[in-house]
Design a protein. Structure first.
Lengths: 190, 520
């Protein structure tokens, strides 16, 4: 069997296994390996299994499989090269999730959304006002905050997060206004 | 069996190379010329000439002589870039049936890939004559920032020319390949590619035969043309100060100043100062002719173009940040593109990266040589491949969400080939189809990016809203070309996807345009 045939057999075998492989197993690297070693593993497997190496094969099925195999290698590297992404993946993997699919990520993203009001905006034109509103809110500039939320709500009237903030900001603004009235040092010009 | 070649299909010039006995060799024509103008001239009857002979025709029949077709390839007729090109050229630009920009010469309309196909066929002919062998396939280079449509159109051009396109690769990556081929040590390099109209920068990690693009960034509106523009503005100011003549809005006078600016810029890469003389710019109230006569030195030009060079460094910063590297960590800097011949650019690049850029490579030939090495690696199997190229996608691929935002699916600088899935659901009861618009670009607002096309998932099952879940897979192949497939998750059935609103030729149109055996 020549080298090219060996390559084809290896691809066929791996393609069968793909659904069962996690990112560490496709890269043939230990789960506890440091970032450097994961990078080395990605490069080692790229050298071995890059689909370009199947370019001279005449069997289209093997070529397609080589692409499938390498896409998983790329996916593994894309997730693992970022320490944060790797940490998230390790948690998923402990629950038996093998791949950071769209849905797994969407779960993570919606968790983030719950804690981060900045991502509540969906309309591009509302975005500017919403950002200003949140800054005002944090700075205690409630009067300006209310105005900015109202502008933002013009573009997406149904936004619950914005409405919630509007309520809070309006309340704070009114409290502030009433405090001003009671200020004993304020001079009134009669 | 024939040979595989690499073709640098450039905006102004094209070069063809192949690997002979382990060396990437640029192939010359019978007159010994290795760089060929990417110019296609239409003569009497159906006669078409390409290259040097075509360029000669530019002087006396500019309306029949097509140059810079690459600027139009894969672009929509209604775009700023196409407007700019229309003002630049003497031949006609027309709108094609897909909203694509086309070339109109002698009353006939040609798809842009057809024009590029003439250039590719010409390069193929040169290679066959030089080697005495048939050309079986080619690796063709494109700018790194080229989007899916432009890559697809380039592939179509190869098919029309009767050339098997082995792979589309990025120009900076090809340059890196030519530089690093046969070197064993690990290193980080930067390819700084400043051409006539665009700027690209790529950071690569080289490790033996492995060429890994770590990040790439670019500015599609920064190039030599902008340098000329800045110098031209300065000349216009001088003219106004000297004579009171204001050439704002005066097309012919401005063109003359622009040409003078370009000439001065070229001359200043060899000498320290030039005298600019531009006669016939207008007449004073007494009817005497007004011209411009002013000295221009390198110091002045440096002041004028420095902001532009700084802009390129902002792009370099972006690419380096993405790669997690500092300029000092880069081992070598490679210069590509005509503008990098300009000493001011070289000097500033050296300063930014804290090291002299490499200059032992021929900037005209290095891209074609790299393409030839990749063509060789793709056609000759070996246990130790000549080169394994790991490239990235230069622009984010995403879909338009409700509200007009872009939902990124495949972020830029993702290694290719790659695939990402996304699940879509129906928004109404008994909804029969879902419309998905696919964009490429970095703006968070979908409409500010390039629309690749619109996919309609049709024939969905009748069900209450939210119940039908369709999984759409977006993949980018090694050529950087996007493919979409969809599957109904409930039934496991594949859903029909039809690509609409793409500006590209259909498969049938490409077949129709194919040159016959004799050429064209």
């Amino acid at each position: 069997m020549d080298a090219q045939q060996r390559f084809a057999v290896e691809i066929e075998t791996l393609a069968e296994l793909l659904p069962e492989l996690d990112y560490y197993r496709i890269l043939l690297v230990d789960k506890n390996a440091d970032q450097e070693a994961v990078g080395e593993a990605f490069r080692r497997e790229s050298r071995r299994l890059h689909p370009d190496r199947s370019a001279t094969l005449s069997d289209e099925v093997v070529k397609d499989k080589a692409n499938d195999v390498y896409r998983l290698i790329n996916e593994a590297w894309r997730v693992l090269k970022d320490p944060e992404g790797r940490a998230r993946y390790d948690l998923l993997l402990a629950d038996g999730v093998l791949r950071m699919t769209d849905d797994a990520k969407a779960g993570a993203a919606s968790d983030k959304r719950a804690g981060d009001p900045e991502s509540a905006v969906t309309h591009p034109k509302a975005e500017k006002y919403w950002k200003m509103a949140l800054r005002d809110f944090n700075d205690g500039q409630f009067k300006s905050c209310v105005m900015n939320i109202q502008f933002a709500l013009n573009f997406e009237p149904g936004n619950e997060v914005m409405k919630e903030y509007l309520e809070k900001a309006t309340k704070s603004r009114d409290e502030e206004e009433s405090k001003k009235e009671k200020n004993p040092y304020k001079l009134r010009i009669m | 069996m024939g040979i595989a070649v690499g073709i640098d299909l450039g905006t102004s010039n094209s070069v063809v190379a192949t690997v002979i006995e382990g060396q990437a060799v640029v192939l010359a024509d019978a007159e010994g010329r290795s760089v060929h103008p990417s110019v296609v001239a239409f003569g009497y009857g159906n006669a078409v000439v390409v290259g040097h002979r075509a360029k000669q025709q530019l002087a006396y029949a500019p309306e029949n002589t097509v140059f810079s077709a690459k600027r139009l390839i894969g672009r929509r007729f209604n775009s700023d870039e196409v407007d700019r090109i229309r003002r630049m050229v003497a031949w006609g630009v027309a709108e094609g049936p897909h909203g694509d920009a086309r070339v109109r010469v002698k009353g006939k309309v040609y798809a842009v890939p057809e024009i590029s196909a003439h250039v590719l066929a010409h390069m193929k002919g040169i290679a066959e004559q030089a080697t005495g062998q048939a050309v079986d396939g080619a690796v063709i280079t494109v700018p790194a920032y080229f989007n899916d449509q432009q890559r697809q159109a380039t592939r179509d051009a190869a098919t029309i020319a009767g050339l098997k396109c082995l792979r589309i690769i990025n120009e900076p990556t090809a340059a890196a390949l030519a530089y690093g081929y046969g070197q064993a040590h690990k290193q980080h390099i930067v390819v700084y590619d400043l051409g006539g109209g665009t700027f690209d920068v790529s950071v690569l990690r080289l490790d033996g035969e492995l060429f890994e693009v770590v990040s790439t960034a670019g500015d599609t509106f920064l190039g030599g043309d902008d340098f000329d523009g800045a110098i031209c503005d300065h000349l216009a100011e001088q003219l106004k100060a000297q004579t009171g003549l204001d050439v704002t809005g005066n097309h012919s006078a401005r063109t003359k100043l622009l040409e003078a600016a370009e000439r001065a810029k070229k001359a200043l890469s060899k000498v320290n100062a030039v005298a600019v003389k531009v006669p016939g710019l207008g007449r004073d109230p007494a009817g005497n002719p007004i011209g411009l006569q002013t000295p221009l030195d390198q110091g002045t030009v440096q002041r004028l173009v420095m902001p532009l060079i700084q802009r390129s460094f902002a792009v370099c910063d972006e690419a380096l940040t993405e790669a997690g590297l500092t300029p000092g960590q880069i081992d070598h800097v490679l210069l590509v593109g005509g503008m990098t011949r300009f000493p001011l650019v070289r000097e500033a690049v050296g300063h930014y990266f804290q090291k002299q850029p490499l200059d032992h490579l021929n900037p005209d030939q290095v891209v074609a040589q790299g393409a030839a090495i990749q063509a060789f690696a793709l056609t000759a199997y070996s246990d130790r491949p000549a080169a394994v190229l790991l490239d990235v996608t230069p622009q984010t691929l995403g879909v338009r969400m409700v509200g007009g935002f872009l939902d990124p699916i495949i972020p830029r600088n993702s290694s290719i080939p790659t695939e990402m899935g996304k699940t879509f659901t129906t928004a109404h009861d008994n909804q029969g189809e879902v419309r998905i618009q696919v964009y490429q670009g970095e703006s968070r607002i979908a409409a500010e990016n390039e629309l690749l096309g619109e996919f309609i998932l049709s024939g969905l099952r009748q069900a209450p809203r939210g119940e039908v879940k369709v999984k759409v897979s977006f993949s980018i192949d090694a050529d950087g070309i996007v493919k979409v497939s969809a599957k109904d998750l409930e039934t496991g059935r594949s859903v029909e996807t039809t690509l609409q609103a793409s500006s590209n030729l259909t498969q049938a149109e490409v077949e129709e345009l194919k040159f016959d055996e004799l050429g064209f």
